[in-house]
Design a protein around this ligand. Structure first.
Ligand code: NAD
Length: 409
């Protein structure tokens, strides 16, 4: 395959979808790599590093025209597709990127209209087999780590316990709400800085993982029997469950110097985990870092990429955390993309096997149509015959294994 790598256009975006090492590995598998000039620069990869591993460098239009497969972090939206550089995109193309298919399903309609086959990296099934292709987990890992650094840098305290001639300084307290991939990485990172860490997740299965990282698992008197939905994800809670959860979490929030919220429910707006009155009970100078800012936030005060001061507490809703470690994030993203492309073209030629659960689950558009059932449903389209469910795997298929290396308790 001829694989084209595009530079990213997003204002805060610093990542690149394929690193020079990824280009080398795909080259070793018989693929030809063309990289847009300067594509890796913000992530710390110079054009000559790509040239050194046998890739070539070209303009954006040349990359799109020449490539059989175009890879990027953020796929083209409707506005981008109307630009002349994308006019060459057609049925001979494969586009592999994040397309936000559940958040912005209209993008899938625009992509389908080009005739290109598109794969949406958000849709890669969260199964053991597809773990090496799971960009959501990779990027959540980076975001969880960066959220801790951000919170740590904004509180008026040092983090670890200090025993000095000037007295004993107690450690800072971190509370992590939502212990999925990002939350577990946040716990491990805050522990490494020396913080006392407490964490809560609605899924009872997360408690063991929280403890294994040396944090205290907050246990609330809540009926969480139905809290785990398909694929090991959280299910949406009732209003009464949410109300009770807020009430029980309030004293933990009040004690924290940094609250990191990561709670998300696939396909739904993020639940409110911290109310304004809970924030008012925190000490002035404390910080809330809300990783759910893009999907409505875990506090109603969160504003994406803005700093909100509420009663002396700083509420941060960064949406660019992965771009704050662009080299690492790009290396991980690239490894995921290489795995997926190798899976799609095991012998160097594209073989789109729709009987394969990973491929079937990841295809967004095919033959001029939106194929993914969950996205079709959002668009109000009838379910086509032959499409697989493609949705998140059942808990039985999914291994809920989010092990993060870290301190033992
Ligand atoms: P996510 O980003 O969808 O959500 C983050 C966390 O928020 C989840 O742990 C969720 O339970 C939690 N949450 C939702 N509502 C909440 C509430 N009201 N209160 C407290 N917490 C709440 O999740 P994710 O990080 O993408 O991972 C979700 C699940 O998928 C996890 O169980 C993870 O272990 C699993 N997973 C499995 C694989 C695999 O097997 N390959 C890969 C990645 C993740």
């Amino acid at each position: 395959m001829r694989i084209g790598v595009l530079s990213e256009r997003g204002e805060r975006e610093r990542r690149v979808a394929l690193s020079p090492d990824g280009a080398r590995r795909l080259g070793d598998s018989g693929h030809v790599i063309v990289v847009e000039k300067g594509a890796g620069e913000n992530a710390g990869f110079r054009d000559d590093e790509y040239l050194h591993v046998g890739a070539s460098v070209a303009t954006r239009a040349e990359v799109i025209e020449a490539a059989g497969a175009v890879v990027g972090i953020d796929g083209p939206d409707e506005a981008a597709l109307s630009e002349p550089e994308w006019s060459a995109l057609g049925s001979d193309h494969l586009v592999v990127a994040l397309h936000d298919p559940l958040g912005q399903p209209e993008r899938a309609t625009a992509l389908a209209a080009t005739g290109a086959t598109t794969l949406s990296l958000e849709l890669v099934p969260r199964t053991t087999r597809a773990q090496s292709m799971d960009v959501l987990s990779s990027m959540a890992t980076v975001a969880g780590y960066e959220a801790v650094l951000l919170g740590a840098s904004r509180i008026p305290k040092m983090i670890p316990m200090l025993m000095t001639a000037a007295g004993t300084v107690p450690p800072a307290r971190f509370l992590v709400l939502g212990a999925g991939v990002a939350g577990l990485q946040a716990i491990a990172s805050a522990r490494r800085l020396g913080a006392v860490v407490e964490a809560y997740d609605i899924r009872p299965a997360a408690q063991e993982q929280i403890r294994s990282l040396g944090a205290r698992a907050v246990e609330l008197e809540l009926d969480t029997a139905d809290s785990e939905g398909a694929g090991g994800y959280a299910a949406e809670q009732t209003d009464e469950q949410n109300r009770r959860q807020l009430e029980l979490l309030a004293p933990y929030v009040a004690e924290a110097d940094v609250v990191i919220t990561t709670a998300a429910v696939p396909g739904a707006t993020s639940p409110e985990l911290v109310t304004p009155s809970m924030i008012e009970a925190m000490r002035p100078g404390s910080v809330v870092v809300d990783l759910a800012a893009e999907r409505g936030g875990n506090t109603r005060l969160t504003r994406p990429d803005a700093e909100v001061d509420h009663a002396g507490v700083l509420i941060l809703g960064p949406t660019d955390l992965t771009s704050r470690a662009p080299t690492t994030a790009s290396q991980m993203f690239s490894t995921n993309v290489v795995s997926l492309l190798r899976h799609l073209a095991p012998d160097g030629e594209l073989a789109l096997d729709l009987d394969d659960e990973i491929i079937a689950g990841t295809v967004l558009t095919l033959d001029g149509d939106v194929r993914h059932p969950a996205v079709r449903e959002r668009l109000g389209l009838a379910d086509p015959a032959g499409a697989t469910s493609g949705a998140a795997p059942s808990p039985a298929e999914s291994t809920v294994s989010t092990s993060i290396e870290g301190e033992s308790p």
